[in-house]
Ligand binder design. Structure first.
Ligand code: ATP
Ligand code: MG
Length: 485
């Protein structure tokens, strides 16, 4: 007998249900609309890529690549038939198991033989493969999308396209982090990237303008924009060395994470939120004092451009971002109502990323909005949009009215109205009760009298106001109501 089990979504993943899903769709739709007015077009990317794409682009020493990726030996990368009939072969292995020679234990063997379903999956991975094969053929669920955009830019020779290449994307990302409010293992981002020959600060400023226009449109008004410049491949390494030297001097006063980062990634120490480390970090050398002339000029021009566009910002010298590919401009936007997970958007310039992945010299800048957090903040705020829900509930009574109900429901739907047509006849009171519970704005009452006289009774459920209308007037009235929201 099959074991009775209640299945649940895996830790860190969740279902987005109605009515929230309508808010999500509206948010993403608004992002598309705004981005398209700035000349961006959508790129749809794979959900998984060769692990190497992320490892190279984001950096092997970063938290994202080092600890947070969902990585798996990927059979689709092996095309020479070594992989066929995985579990059959595994079973053979188990049968031929030699306790003196193999690392497989007797229990493992038993399990293989008894639970072939589970082990069939394992057979797709390292057990069947040599370790070498498994490691050579790793894929990862994408933890972010910029690396994939850069990979696609190269793969499709987009550097030959006229002007800057402006792309946006929306979809799920995956990181193995500790789930909490605003932090999930499957989360969603909407992001945009500009790739091309120019690194003009006006591009950075326009990208920021577009981001803030979107936040304004969706009612995320309690936001703060933080900007910084983290230098380029010429000036940053010198600063990082200086920082490392200074950090060595105060090493004993730092916690274990920061101590480790002195070696692996000193910039990340600036990210520390530990209260006891704050006074020490405040005394460290600041990158703004160590930028090369070009980077200094770039940053100054960016700030001029932001002023020109009336964009309020704060400089934050400790904003270093967690991904290795950033150069010069980095930024973050925080929003209200999110507790400690208050960053709704992160981004910056990544000149050199395309080259790192084997492409031509290319400049780039982009951002990623955390959709989960943006939605949370909108829900906590006071600017929740009124989204069109169910407009009309068609309360038909008597089998003779059904054909009229079917026909009018279709016409109303053609006008773009949300319509609920009860599939079976219901008692009048029960029917109107359901209309209320479903949150319909109107009930359209169709009884035999109405059919005979060619009119409809339209009842506004909020205040029980009733009108008798013929079909034309009804359609006209509801249309104009829909247009005015
Ligand atoms: P954080 O410091 O909060 O971990 P991050 O610097 O790792 O963020 P980015 O890689 O810059 O984040 O991603 C951009 C945005 O994506 C973040 O500002 C955040 O809104 C969102 N985000 C990142 N990780 C998660 C997650 N695990 N769950 C939900 N949203 C996330
Ligand atoms: Mg993170």
């Amino acid at each position: 007998m099959t074991e009775k089990r209640q299945f649940r979504a895996i830790k860190g993943t969740r279902d987005i249900l109605p009515p929230d899903s309508a808010l999500w769709n509206w948010f993403e739709r608004t992002a598309r609309e705004v981005f398209e007015t700035y000349g961006f077009a959508e790129i749809r990317l794979p959900i998984f890529e060769e692990t190497e794409v992320f490892a190279r682009a984001i950096g092997a020493e970063t938290d994202v690549v080092g600890k947070e990726m969902f990585t798996f030996p990927d059979p689709s990368l092996l095309d020479d038939g070594r992989f066929v009939s995985g579990w059959q072969k595994l079973k053979e292995l188990a049968i031929a198991y030699d306790p003196g020679r193999d690392t497989m234990t007797a229990e493992m063997r038993e399990q293989i033989l008894s639970q072939s379903r589970v082990w069939a999956l394992a057979a797709h991975t390292s057990i069947l493969w040599s370790l070498e094969d498994a490691v050579k053929n790793l894929s990862s669920l994408r933890p972010e999308a910029t690396a994939s955009v850069a990979r696609a830019y190269i793969e499709h020779g987009m550097h030959t396209l006229p002007g800057n290449v402006k792309l946006y994307y929306a979809g799920p990302m995956f990181r193995r982090e500790r789930p909490q409010k605003g932090r999930y293992r499957q989360f969603y981002q909407v992001g945009a990237e500009v790739l091309g020959h120019s690194d003009a600060p006006s591009i950075d400023a326009e990208v920021l303008e577009m981001l803030l226009v979107l936040f304004g449109r969706v009612g995320l008004t309690n936001t703060r924009l933080y900007v910084n410049s983290i230098g380029c491949k010429d000036c940053r390494p010198k600063y990082v060395e200086l920082l490392r030297t200074e950090l060595q001097k105060v090493k004993d006063e730092l916690g274990p994470d920061s101590q480790r980062r002195i070696e692996t990634n000193p910039l990340r120490v600036l990210d520390s939120k530990l209260p006891e480390e704050q006074p020490i970090i405040e005394t460290l050398p600041r990158i703004s004092d160590h930028l090369c002339a070009d980077c200094r000029e770039h940053f100054a021009k960016l700030k001029d451009e932001l002023k020109l566009r009336g964009i309020a910002y704060e400089e934050n010298w400790r904003l270093v971002r967690g991904l290795d590919y950033y150069t010069r401009t980095t930024f973050e936007v925080t929003a209200a109502g999110l507790g400690s997970q208050n960053a709704v958007c992160g981004g910056g310039r990544y000149d050199g990323l395309v080259e790192l992945l084997g492409g031509p010299p290319t400049k780039g800048i982009g951002f990623a909005i955390g959709t989960d957090r943006a939605i949370l903040s909108i829900q906590e705020g006071s600017n929740l949009p009124k989204l069109p829900g169910l407009a009309v509930y068609v309360a038909w009574m008597g089998a003779k009215t059904y054909p009229t109900a079917v026909a009018i429901a279709r016409k109303l739907r053609e006008c773009g109205l949300g319509v609920e047509l009860p599939p079976e006849e219901m008692k009048f009171k029960k029917s109107l009760g359901l209309a209320d519970k479903l949150g319909a704005r109107y009930a359209l009452i169709i009884g035999e009298d109405e059919v005979a006289s060619g009119t409809y009774t339209l009842k506004r459920l909020a205040d029980a106001d009733q009108k008798k209308l013929n079909e034309n007037d009804l359609l006209e009235y509801l249309e104009s109501e829909r247009r005015s929201g």
